[in-house]
Design a protein around this ligand. Sequence first.
Ligand SMILES: Cc1ncc(C[n+]2csc(CCOP(=O)(O)OP(=O)(O)O)c2C)c(N)n1
Length: 898
Amino acid sequence: MELSQLLRALTDTDAIETQEWLDALASVVAQSGPDRAAFLLSQLQVYAQTHGLPWQPYRNTPYVNTISAAQEPAYPGGAEAQALEERIASITRWNALAMVVRANRYSGDLGGHIASFASAADLFEVGFNHFFRASEDGLSGDLVFFQPHSAPGIYARAYLEGRLTEENLTYYRREISAARAGQQGLSSYPHPWLMPDFWQFPTGSMGLGPISAIYQARFMRYLEHRGLLQTSQRRVWGVFGDGEMDEPESLAALSFAAREGLDNLVFVINCNLQRLDGPVRGNGHIVDELETLFGGAGWNVIKLLWGADWDPLFAADTAGALATALSATPDGQLQTFAANDGAFNREHFFGQNPALQLIGSRLTDDEIDRLRRGGHDFRKIYAAYHAACAHRGRPTVILAQTKKGFGMGKAGQGRMTTHQQKKLETEDLLAFRDRFQLPLSDAQVETLSFYKPDADSQEIQHLLSRRRVLGGFLPQRRSANQTIAVPGLSSFAEFALEADGKEMSTTMAMVRMLGNVLKDPTIGPRVVPIVADEARTFGMANLFRQVGIYSAQGQLYEPEDIGSILYYKEARDGQILEEGITEAGALASWTAAATSYSTHGFPMLPVYIYYSMFGFQRVGDLIWAAADQRARGFLVGATSGRTTLAGEGLQHQDGSSHLTAATIPNCLAYDPATAYEVAMLFEEGARRMLESHDDVFYYLTVTNENTAQPSLPEGAREGILRGMYRFRWAPMGQQAQVRILAAGPMLREALLAADLLSEKCAVSAEVWSVTSFSELARDGQRAERRGWLHGESVAPWVTQQLGASGLPVVAVSDYVRAVPEMIRAYVPGPYQTLGTDGFGRSDTRVALRDFFQVSAPWIAYTATVQTLSPKERTAATLAAVAEALGLDLAQARDPLTT
Ligand SMILES: Cc1ncc(C[n+]2csc(CCOP(=O)(O)OP(=O)(O)O)c2C)c(N)n1
């Protein structure tokens, strides 16, 4: 009896009937083709469903490779090239390992990962030799998102390429010591800020890589469809961990990628079945789960599970005993198999039933031990990547099964603790050397010598020639600086500069400026307006018609409002990115546009307008990553202000974004009060980003409170940009007794307070507009440091502006008090801050300002109290002041605790 017949007999209750069905199907395929066969299968499905058969189509395919051995293309360069590349991967593995273990020997404080790259090395190597294209001009290469903690492997390859030196590797994770020694150290994870010529994408925070890669691929399409840049030959690759796919952001945009038909996007998920603590899905199959998720979302899924040495086993197993057993083996068990030797696997896997025993009997224990998983087989990896590149119409995900800590032997392969492993005993190191046949002496192994073949060796020659063919080295970040002329203020903001009391909100002013800037022939096409389903909220509906909403498919329907002038116009060359309700997606989209000057050598100016509450608080980590990536663009927190936002209730009331923004070093955050301030800041920001090439981005908060807008006062420019300027002097002929610093919407309250002060309290006040507490604080810190480190005497801007009079100062913000507190050290004189701490309430503006004690009467009250000496502040006096201002102190609650 043939082996295949025997196997079938052992696993099928009616083998003859099964064979008849299979033969019938095979004959249909042969005679009428696969389409007819597929039609018959769907008819069977309809029959099953309409006749109540308890059968559902499987969402998963069997636990085998999607691409059969017969479908695999030949390996470029044949077996010889393949063997050479495998050697390069072995060397890279060693150097990566040596780098991490050396760092750890130097100091236990230094972390690092070995096992992740050990599992991913082959996936990367095939990519580097055959798929990841680069370009010297940075305009036609691929964009690759690297799994963050595989960074040692990427450094190790750059070392072989001659891009990094032995010193660089020695200073892995020792960036500060390296700089002191005149060297360049290596960041733990991809970090464009710290390694600006190397890393493009900061993927260190898991989940941000996948969503960013998707929006990057879509942004390339956007550039192409708008006729701005040819990107159709370029691809985005994302290599991520299977554990990382648990992050909500990893999965958040899968259906979006498929909907957009992003066949320029390939995800390679390294399914080593383990994450940090243990198995990703010990009791199930992460591959199956991801197959369902990606497949259901509309991706082309390629399972790359088993290496070539499994092919003859599967071929012999026509009854499917092997596939059945593998499908039934949970990942936790597969991990145990990875951690144990051939004899163990023979007994516990192949020993499960006679059919498997028979298959196992064809192999020695050593051969069983060396059975490779798909992600460690160069030819199969090549086949999968090749198929992914050839696929049209949909993004592709390759689910590559590997072993975590591959080749680390007893010290790490498949071990629960392998993720954190960074100490290896000499014995383990020697075993690693032998396993990968590295030409290192015992002494070199013990001292963890890096290994680099001679420049004229086959290995180095091969890898260099492959990179030449593929256009250069990678990763490589560029800061190509094309200058885009920013139009003068008067061309887009005349209405704001000469507002002359006209009523308008700052959100309205911002949107109007945006509309004008979009019309400018130079900068206009570079502007990328981005919204997350809130365009109407911010009064941006007119832009729908003006510049159109981007849609790869154009508009396949007649919009309901086609008759109106502002109809909902979708177009292939539309300019607005309407992202729907996904702040994470919109931020990833903004980042792609904000870094286009570098990734595409083509500067764009993204302006993402959103509810400020759903920015820093909601997607702060994405903003941090954008900062690391040296993003240039505007984030506009619209309808902002804790008490100012009208009509939405407290879930939308943001009191903290300015505090978070202040923690991001290259984010300039402003809370402007007037339309002309917005105009000045927009112009200055655009100029710095597009003309001076500063790696900064701007956060502006604007509000929907309609107020009479003043015209630009003379001489205000410097103060607006630096953070504060005097808006109103004390009443004519009077000396100011108190100063009020007010930001954003609080300026109006402060002005009313100044009136109250003079009318009701006989106190004369001066009012200052603070456009940015955080910029003032930074300026103060810089001045302080110059003093204490270099003995220079420089007064911070706040101190310079307020002078030496020592008058009491009251500062009021529509954000938490910690925001105005940022400048306390630089205020000469008594300083009292007012802000909007606590959970807040839903109510009207007036009620909220009263509740938070930031309304005009409360500001006036606080200012008056500041003018009193401590002795004068008796309960009776305070009550009298409050009464004069119509306030009831007994009603005043602590917003923090109520
Ligand atoms: C947001 C976030 N949370 C946690 C971590 C810490 N972390 C780094 S690697 C890792 C495990 C990664 O597992 P997996 O994605 O399966 O990759 P593998 O190392 O197994 O290849 C964790 C939890 C992180 N970098 N980012």
